[in-house]
Write a protein that binds this ligand. Structure first.
Ligand code: AKG
Length: 282
């Protein structure tokens, strides 16, 4: 047995034991290196747009799937959720059509290289802005982690555009560089950038960046799919263990099982009877 493996068994708190955690990445070292430029921009600006992540045919298939799944019951009942915005949660349990997004090699490599940590899916939801929707209040996704700001990046949101995102139809609005500040709210004269991108592209931002869904001034809907990833040792926004019934969890691809939390983190977090929770799915 390798020295490190023995050490892990003996004492999970040693440097060598902790170093073995670095093997828990979905991305190859080459992919992580390729993410370098995107990571630099995420660090400095707080957001990036990755063009053409999902091809047209798959975008059309995803649109058709949510046309089927969404009903008007999914409209919000607060200003934050949007009275004219349909949202559907717990998507891992509902459809397999988004596995291609959750584990997209480019997206996952950017998240892993940026957080430089083991990651998990915190929440996956649709955000479908209806005509006449007003702009959502600016907010930071990671506000539910009560830490002094600025702090280390904890999460990355990735929204896939199923319709083209424009200034008119409610493309996400972002306030550059606010992930680096401790401000309670954005300055009234802050620069605001709209994520203008074609369907199939993805806008990604650090969970500390101020942003909001834009106002939809068109007569068509604007559908985005949001996948928020976070460090694997944080509490997920959605409770994936209850949200995804175990009968479904057992049938998921291995990396999706890991991504929703069936994996040991930092050698000690999340095990069952001293073994990986994955064993319970086999
Ligand atoms: O739909 C968008 O563009 C962003 C929405 C958002 O940030 C949220 O609902 O928390």
């Amino acid at each position: 047995m390798a020295r490190e493996a023995i050490e892990v068994q003996m004492n999970p708190f040693t440097a060598a034991a902790r170093a073995t955690e670095e093997t828990k990445r979905f991305s190859s070292p080459a992919r992580l290196r390729d993410a370098g430029e995107a990571v630099k921009r995420l660090r400095s600006e707080g957001f990036i747009i990755v063009p053409d992540v999902i091809d047209r045919e798959n975008v059309r298939a995803i649109a058709a799937e949510f046309n089927r799944l969404h009903t008007n019951e999914h409209n919000g009942d607060t200003e934050f959720a949007g009275f004219k915005t349909r949202r559907m949660y717990n998507l891992v349990a509902r459809t397999r059509i988004l596995d291609q997004l959750y584990l997209h090699p480019k997206i996952v490599a950017i998240v892993e290289a940026y957080l430089n940590d083991q990651i998990q899916l915190s929440i996956a939801s649709t955000i479908d802005l209806g005509p006449g929707e007003t702009q959502q209040p600016f907010h930071r996704d990671d506000s539910y982690y009560p830490m002094d700001r600025p702090h280390m990046p904890l999460s990355v949101n990735a929204i896939l555009a199923i319709d083209d995102f424009t200034e008119e139809n409610g493309g996400t609005v972002l306030i550059p560089r606010t992930h680096l500040t401790a401000d309670e709210e954005p300055a009234s004269n802050a620069e605001i950038v709209t994520a203008k991108m074609s369907a199939g592209s993805v806008v990604m931002w650090d969970g500390s960046l101020f942003h909001a869904g834009g106002a939809n001034r068109t007569d068509a809907r604007r559908l985005g799919i949001s996948a928020i990833y976070c460090r694997a040792w944080l509490r997920q926004q959605e409770n994936q263990f209850l949200g995804v019934p175990v009968e479904i969890a057992k049938t998921l691809p291995r990396n999706i099982q890991k991504l929703i939390g069936y994996w040991v983190v930092n050698n000690l977090l999340g095990y069952v009877n001293d073994a990986s929770p994955l064993r319970l799915l086999d």
